[in-house]
Design a binder for this molecule. Structure first.
Ligand code: APR
Length: 254
């Protein structure tokens, strides 16, 4: 069979399953934001090619040079705000009201899913639009003054981005929800993640162990591809819109 027909058949299979799904999880990584112009982490132009994660995205890195880390997040926030959600983000937001018990679990901190209109979101690694104090996690006001050094909390502790750094535990409520829902969904769609960072990378396996059907959208095979049932190879922004269009048709036919 010609590759295009094969892909069309797999998309049809995925759309058919998702349109009948009773409990659906969509799990995303930085690959879904790539077409918005935000670099991934481990690709050839990935963020970690030019920076050492432990130096910039860790407690030790922040404590040893708070200004450097603060300015790096100021730059990432500026990039995220300057970019727009892409057709991949918007397709996921369109999918949410179409099917019952939909949950989006993202590793991304760029806030693009919210800006695209997604509502039911679990942010495993935090959100670059949120800040808290380093010592006691007092929430900081919405938009701290973006000087060259992190501002201080009313308690005197320095303010940090409310994102998960390497070596830090993930937010308890979010991780609990993610594992609980992955263990009871019947369809798990994973998009744009290399599957190299735990515990997020475990979620597809948890869903599979519970009998869910696994569908992956990725530009290239990932660590998760070997366990998925349907692998739709391609860019998220090109694959998700036709997938959701087809789901919309199938759902509207009832
Ligand atoms: N469409 C779909 N997938 C894409 C696209 C695209 N346009 N562009 C890249 N990808 C895929 C890559 O093939 C890769 O599998 O996105 C994935 C990006 O992988 P990583 O760079 O490892 O990013 P991610 O999986 O999100 O990293 C997880 O690591 O550094 C930490 O906290 C950070 O949340 C991040 C976590």
């Amino acid at each position: 069979m010609h590759a295009i027909e094969h892909d069309r058949e797999k998309l049809e299979q995925a759309a058919g399953r998702l349109s009948r799904s009773e409990r659906t999880i969509v799990s995303t990584g930085s690959g879904i934001s790539r077409e918005s112009g935000i670099p991934t982490f481990r690709g050839e132009d990935g963020l970690w090619q030019n920076h050492r994660p432990e130096e910039l995205a860790s407690r030790e890195g922040f404590l040893s040079n708070p200004g450097l880390v603060w300015r790096w997040y100021r730059e990432r926030l500026g990039t995220a705000r300057a970019k727009q959600p892409n057709p991949g983000h918007r397709a996921i937001a369109r999918l949410e009201p179409l099917i019952p018990n939909f949950l989006l679990i993202t590793q991304n901190i760029d806030n693009l899913h919210r800006r695209a209109g997604s509502k039911e979101i679990v942010e495993l690694h935090g959100n670059i639009e949120r800040y808290r104090c380093f010592e006691y996690s007092h929430p900081a006001e919405e938009d701290p003054q973006w000087g060259d050094e992190p501002p201080r909390c009313h308690c005197g502790s320095i303010i940090r981005p409310d994102v998960v750094w390497f070596g830090e535990p993930l937010p308890e409520a979010e991780i609990e929800c993610a594992f609980r829902e992955s263990a009871r969904c019947d369809t798990f769609l994973v998009v744009g993640t290399s599957g190299m960072v735990q515990p997020a990378a475990l979620l597809p396996q948890v869903a599979r162990n519970a009998g869910a059907l696994l569908i992956e959208v990725n530009e290239t095979p990932s660590e998760i591809t070997p366990i998925v049932d349907i692998f739709l190879q391609g860019k998220a922004g090109e694959t998700l819109p036709p997938l959701v269009d087809r789901i919309e048709e199938l759902v509207s036919r009832g």
